[in-house]
Design a protein around this ligand. Sequence first.
Ligand code: MLT
Ligand code: MN
Length: 311
Amino acid sequence: MIIKIIGSSAGGGFPQWNCNGPQSRAVRRGDAGFASRTQSSIAVSADGRDWAVFNASPDIREQIAATSELQPDPEGPLRASPIKAVVVTNADVDHIAGLLSLREKQAFTLYGARQVLETIAANPIFDVLDAGLVVRRELALGREIQIEGPEGTLGLTVEAYAVPGKIPLYLEDANLDPGDYLSESGDAIGLKFSAGNSSQSFHYIPGCAWIEEDLRARLRGARLLLFDGTLFTDAEMPDQGLGPKTGKRMGHVAISGEEGPLARLAGLDIGKRIFIHINNSNPILDERSAARRAVEEAGWEVAFDGMEIRL
Ligand code: MLT
Ligand code: MN
């Protein structure tokens, strides 16, 4: 399997268009130790020819332009794409808005959990994806499926499972208690990948609100884990004056602390661990920070755009 991290930041990107926080200013200035990052997406291929994209970020056009593997074969037909399938792990803007850029009468298969496909179906703007070409398929939870494109299987097997998360921001109802936005029924999913007969597996979890024992059990023995690295500390956005929301309110467990992945996933038999979906407030974006040193000393890597892993 070839895994390309085509967008390593959380929603908003790095720098975020309207953010004047110290890190967004630093990356805008081109300071050493900072690299710009586009919004949350990975591309996976079993054969290096046909690709599935996992999460369609608002930056997908730029991400395709930066990734030759995702561009039309110059010898191919006048309209073509190696992207044969798109799988979305929730209905947040940073994971579905890029679908609008994938119009233009191109066939691919769109996969998502039931709630996510319902949200997309309820928004007529997504009908720009011609239903005759873009087939929508529900990802049943807890079942291994073969990812298929218009011409057949891509040789990738995926199992979707619910992780603790939250309904999309734009579906929040101000009359409800924020706790009611939390969900463990498939509004956010993790994905386990395998290819061919290989026993190698990897997990992709761009959003996770807390880490339960069943998730720890699931991750044992994985060759690779791409995990929610939105925040380093739960209150870093309010602490930096960037907004009132904590990680708990946004459905993202912070990296540090007793509940976070540094502590809760330590000691599990996992080959390689990488933080993805990194918010512009997160100090691990500064290569020289103590937070960056702490995650690296704990055996984690920090994703960057263009990062490639082969399993
Ligand atoms: C998130 O990951 O919390 C969301 O992408 C936030 C958002 O929709 O802006
Ligand atoms: Mn997000």
